[in-house]
Design a binder for this molecule. Structure first.
Ligand SMILES: [Zn+2]
Length: 460
């Protein structure tokens, strides 16, 4: 059947091109790709038009063209999925690489949430233009409710993509593009969930941070501004890509640099200087010994870390010297320390420092150990309200800890109890051809709607 069915909000199938949008006067408030053989769904005020192929212009609500017809009315979930895709596409097109301004993407989100009646706070981050955002739907400040959290930044697009990393491509049941999985897909969904929420009895908050991929720098800024923040529901879901598993633990990541001073001179006459690399060798031997010691260590939470149940100490970058014939006057190594969630990073670092001091005792010149950044571990107790609620939701009994970091550690410092839970697999994050399975997005949305409904009431 061809035609227009306003009662059921029917879908028009036109043979038309995207450029044809310009030829009609109805305002378009969004669009999203859907379906295997159709590129784009155009969303007009209350009406849906599915455009497929190229050719003549569509005239919305007026006519159909040969070979087209009305599809079954869209279900609420497919409409929501289309809205998530629309926003993800929009956000993905903005360069949100860590260190770049987060404001353009946050502006899109803020405007959408303000229009939906949410309370929106734009907050300063580590630098100009790299702020964070907190939005709240429903009654602010009441007990209970739920906080959703995500980072707005992504790692650099990098090389090796099959398609433009800033253009959302749908292929084989997946949405491809930088951030689709880690974690703009979740950010788009969470934003829409707030915008859609109605008649909430308890608050539903959204915390979006900048520069997570640089070591949760934006979340750290939130901790620094704790006194200025609006009240946030204590139970929090951080939407990192966990393949829809509930993760209540992650390690911390403390980054530090050891620098050893030498004295420059001509390499032909070694006694004319002091080679800093010799000193760094002592330091690296000490780090190696500490690494072996830590690999034997187990804590109560080790069991949740199946593959790497111990703290990790990893030298990652060396620098020294300037020429073949010049004795290096300085040598340094950058090291990452990933402590278990129930360890105190500063205690572990004190041990490392003590061992290092012993190893460097005979070194005639200066050396130093300086912390670059400390991303705290996330250690939500088994049995915490959010842990229990999320486990019940997905039917998971197993404890899972992960070795990557999130904003969850800093959010814990704000008094929140966090679990990680989100669509997509961390294994495809930070790589070319990053993608999120559409089925994960559908399921995540279903789970989140249920938990919002249970914790905040109203219609989400
Ligand atoms: Zn992430």
């Amino acid at each position: 059947m061809n035609g227009y069915s306003p009662e059921i909000g029917g879908i028009f199938v036109f043979r038309g091109s995207l450029a044809a949008r310009e030829e009609h006067s109805l305002p378009i408030w969004g669009y999203a790709g859907l379906g295997r053989h159709h590129d784009v769904i155009e969303v007009f005020r209350g009406n849906w038009a599915l455009l497929c192929g190229d050719g003549i212009a569509p005239h919305v609500g007026r006519a159909c063209y040969p070979g087209t017809g009305i599809l079954p009315c869209m279900t609420a979930s497919s409409l929501s999925l289309a809205a998530d895709k629309t926003l993800l596409r929009q956000l993905m097109a903005i360069d949100t690489t860590s260190g770049q301004p987060s404001d353009p993407a946050l502006k899109v989100i803020a405007e959408k949430l303000q229009a939906a009646g949410c309370e929106v706070h734009r907050l300063e981050g580590a630098a100009d233009g790299r702020g964070n955002l907190i939005a709240i739907a429903g009654p602010v400040g009441l007990e209970g409710g739920l906080t959703l959290s995500g980072h707005i930044d992504t790692v650099p697009a990098g090389e090796g993509w099959s398609s433009d990393p800033r253009t959302l491509i749908e292929r084989d049941g997946r949405w491809y593009g930088r951030g689709s999985c880690d974690m703009t897909g979740f950010v788009a969904m969470a934003t829409n969930l707030l915008a859609e929420a109605a008649s909430l009895q308890r608050p539903l908050a959204l915390v979006l941070t900048a520069d997570e991929e640089l070591g949760s720098i934006g979340a750290g800024a939130l901790v620094d501004q704790a006194a200025k923040l609006p009240p946030l529901p204590k139970s929090c879901i951080v939407g990192e890509p966990t393949s829809l598993r509930i993760v209540r633990l992650h390690k911390g990541h403390l980054k530090f640099t050891i620098t050893v001073s030498g004295a420059t001179g001509h390499t032909g006459t070694p006694v004319s200087g002091v080679n800093a690399i010799d000193g760094l060798r002592h330091a690296l031997n000490s780090i190696e010994a500490e690494r072996s010691r830590l690999e034997e260590l187990r804590t109560k939470e080790s069991a949740a870390f199946f593959r790497v149940p111990f703290p990790v100490l990893a030298p990652v970058r060396l620098s020294a010297g300037c020429a073949w014939n010049v004795i290096p006057s300085e040598a340094s190594v950058d090291i990452g320390l990933r402590v278990l969630p129930d360890q105190c990073a500063s205690d572990v670092l004190d041990d490392i420092r003590t061992a290092l001091a012993a190893a460097m005792q005979g070194w005639p010149l200066a050396w130093s150990l300086e912390i670059y950044n400390d991303n705290p571990p996330m250690c939500t107790q088994r049995g915490a309200e959010i842990d229990v609620a999320c486990r019940a939701l997905v039917g998971q009994d197993q404890d899972i800890g992960v070795s990557y970091c999130s904003d969850g550690g800093h959010l814990t410092k704000l008094g929140l109890e966090c679990v990680l839970f989100g669509p997509g697999d961390i294994a495809v994050a930070h790589r070319p051809d990053e993608f999120v399975p559409i089925e994960d997005m559908v399921q995540a949305r279903g789970y989140l709607k249920r938990i919002i409904s249970a914790r905040c009431g109203g219609n989400s």
